[in-house]
Structures are given as C-alpha cells and as structure tokens.
Design a protein around this ligand. Sequence first.
Ligand code: C5P
Length: 322
Amino acid sequence: MTVAVRSFAKINIGLEIGPRRADGFHALRTVYQTVALPDRLRVEVARGTGIEIHSNDPRVPLDEANTCWRLAELAMKALKARRRVKIQIEKGLPVQGGLGGASSNAVATLLAIERAVGKRLPAEERLRLAAEVGSDLPLFLIGGTVLGVGRGEEVYPLEDLPALDCVIVTPDIGISTPQAFAELDNFREKTGKLTVRASSDKLGGSSHALSAWLSGSSTGVPAKSSGDRAEALLLDLVHAGIENDFESVVFPQHPELRLVKRALEREGAGYASLSGSGSAVYGLFRSREQARKAAKRLKAEGISAVATRTLTRREYWKRMFE
Ligand code: C5P
C-alpha cells in the first residue's frame, strides 16, 4: 500500500539558546510554528524487508544518515511489522534551511507507515521515538504553535496563533546546525557577552510577550478579529525583543542574510527573523496582499522569496493527508 503525505515546514518565533549541557546539547526555548510550505512524500509498505529512499534532490541522503530511514526503522520495529519500506521524497523545502524539512519528513514517514500497516503507536511512544532521532522531530507530532524546551524535543501545544501571512526567503546556503551551535559556544566564550543570565532575561521577555498575547492581555485594546490579534502579536514580538540567538553567529558569517532580514522589514514585515540556524529568513505580515507584494518585489531583486501562511494545528493535520 502507498500513502501520500505532505510534510510541512516550521519556523522558529524566537530561539533562546542556553549554555551547553553535560550531554553536549544546548538547553533552549523556542516557539515553533508550522507553515504551509510542504515537501511531498510517498511511502510504500511492501513485501520484503529493509528500507529504500529515493529523492528528486541529490542532496538528500539515501541511507541511514536520513532521518526518515532512522525513524522508519524504529517505527517498523515498534509496530512489529516486517515489511519493506520505500520512501519517495519530493523536495520543495531547502536542505539545511532551518525550516525543519528533514525532521518533518521523518515524522511524515512515521505517520504514513502507520496508515499503510493499519496500526498506530501510542502518542507517548511516537514522541519518544521521534525525540530519539532528533530534537526537532517531536514538534511535527503536534503542529500549529508549539512551545519547545529541553533540547527542543520537549514539546507543548500552545494555543494556536491565528494563521499569519508570511514571506519565507530561502537563500541557496546550507547551514549545519551542530556547527552553528559550536560557533555560538566559541563566540560566547570569546566575548563573554552572552551570559546565561542575559539569555534567561530575554527568555522571560519572549515568553511574557507570547503568553500575554495568547491570553489576549497584551495590548489595552481587546482584539476583535484575527487580523487585530495578528497585529497585536507582531507589535509584542518587536517590543519584547524576541530574537533568534543564532543570528549573532550566522549573520556575521553570511552578511547577505542580515540584508534579507532588513529587506523583509523594509517591505513591511511586522516581525522578521532567521529560522532555526538558517539559512531561511522569514517575515510576518499584516495581510496576504502585503506579503504577496513583498515576495514579488524581493523576487524582482533576485531573492528567492515565497509568500505563504502559517498553519494552525487543525489545518496542519487536515492538509497532511488531503
Ligand atoms: O537533535 P539533533 O540530532 O537535531 O541535533 C544535532 C546536533 O545539534 C547535536 O548533536 C548537537 O551538536 C546540536 N544540538 C545542540 N543543542 C540542541 C539541539 C542540537 O547542541 N538543543
């Protein structure tokens, strides 16, 4: 049986990175938000054993190095299913782009395998297996607006932000996340600037802004429509100084990414940021029209920009197998 599945991207709204832990990972806090840009996967469970991966993008690893492979292997074992899994990945998202493409692909594979074999793993086990493969996987088992703590794998569904119009710029630059973490450690050691305290101060700021906004108490004016709520969120994000800590090492290395962020702001983004360790940079806009116009103008400047929307949890699950 073959199952077609959409594997959506995520952006990070704020990413605060604490010091390196004893296990080598960094404690972090972030708000993940799923967005309507997909990769498309076809997963076939057939007679035989083993795993086979094909992709239209030569940068996608076709062996155990692929997160899909690792999660598929764990899932088949947990489901006690001895079959051959064939995974076809049609890449729409950038590789090493900070949009969680590889992590999302792995979770999509797991969900497709469950459909194909007609069995489901309990939610807890799904989360545990996903976290075993990578810190960025569990968020895709929740979708919508998700709080990520621990090494990013500890996830909590937040009250969904309304669907926001956004523009995502995907420069042709691959950034290795482990390398970006290592560079951040070096940078902090050298400058001594970003102490843990400074980081936790900001952490308080971002969670306050988001939770204040989520509870509808962020501005004096009650938000009437989702357009008003979106507007209030953008203002709060800016006021709280919500940031992605990776920008401090990624922007100096790739100055063109800082220019992209400025270009998004210039085009009217209420909030713009690097996503994950990049290289994707996104901007949140107040209307679809504004986002479309901004993407069009950036494209005319030779910047690969696409206008899309964030996906609420309901939309995320609805559109996955449509
Ligand atoms: O969990 P994942 O496999 O995505 O992590 C890849 C690498 O990124 C880790 O081996 C580690 O070097 C780095 N990492 C980190 N802190 C995190 C998440 C990832 O240092 N919270």
